[in-house]
Design a protein around this ligand. Sequence first.
Ligand code: ACO
Length: 390
Amino acid sequence: MTDEDDIARGLEDVTVAETRLSSIDGEAGELVIGGFPLAELAGNVTFEETVFLLREDRLPNESELASFREDLASRRAIAPETRETLRAAAEDGLPAMDVLRMGVAAANLGGDADGAGGTDEKQELGDLSDDALTAIAVMPTVVAAYWRYREGDEPVAPREDLGHAANYLYMLTGEEPDEAAVRGLETYLNTVIDHGLNASTFTARCIASTESDVFSAVTGAVGALKGPLHGGAPGPVLEMLIDIHESGDPEAAVRERLDAGERLMGFGHRVYSVRDPRAAVLSDAAESFYEESGDTDFFESAREAERVGVEALAEHKPGRRLETNVEFYTAVLLHGIGIPRELFTATFGVARVGGWTAHCLEQREDNRIVRPRARYVGETDRAWTPVGER
Ligand code: ACO
């Protein structure tokens, strides 16, 4: 066969699994998480409830939620050896995602993680489920410890009495966060917890399909998320929005970028041909947050940038609808909450690990090792010659 058309480059439009975790309708601009339309869920529940939902396919009742929160909170600590690795990496100037990858890989050190402590045996489903909770619980601790070291401070120990989102903010700053920031972060974490078979989620499923352990799957997924084609856009979006804000003339600033041949960051999406539903949810969350904080300047300027951006792109690319994607209001919201832009992608990981681990469990419930094929296009009849004669 020589026809390239039968190669599914990037596995585009290839269905390789059934999932009940999330559903995307790119044309209608709809995202369903665990059966709930995104807007029904994201602003109403805590991150712990969404994690429970993905694992159990239902929301917890009050007592289930209390014990689930307690269980997750009890797994937040990381071993001193892991902290030392993070310190060395931060002092060495490594970026957050490199350090998150190292931290997750070392997250089973010194703890009670099952079936992953240097074993090469199959990880049983129960152990995988248990370690999945540990992976979710330690991610914020790893990111916050790295950040504290990077800023020349000592890490702040996690507090079990705080919820997952509140504790993350607390470990970053050492101060108890206000309610509005916690609400904003919960909404963000819920919004991006899962999104079909994106590259990092597929990576996690591939690793899980080999019956490897959950820390390996999450480490691989962090590596995939790190790539600028996947998780790297909110930082550049924020830089663009700050430039536009400071210019004082959003319309001119937007058109200048397009005239210079630059892309408008935070606009356009491979799957959504309309506005990304996550942008709508995050825009509402950002609006509430900025209103409550009493300073809406930056939010208003971002909203204006969205309006003029959509208009300018319609002229620039007639026939293609380019609207805001998830990264646009992620940048606005996380910036408002006080998450440093260097941690935007790592914070994405703090949320997405809920999806990654749920996909690992789903994969293992009905497992078949992932093994696609590649068409060989190289030589077939080379003859070996000794090195000195080549
Ligand atoms: N600004 C200006 N022009 C754009 C934009 C944009 N944001 N997005 C697409 N276009 C134009 C391209 O220049 C291209 O024009 P051409 O045909 O003349 O070369 C055309 O629209 C199609 O572009 P593609 O890159 O093929 O469109 P695709 O749907 O594959 O890309 C993508 C989606 C990568 C997100 C793109 O819209 C983009 O680069 N956006 C800006 C970066 C960004 O916001 N990334 C985060 C995405 S969210 C996420 O992935 C989680």
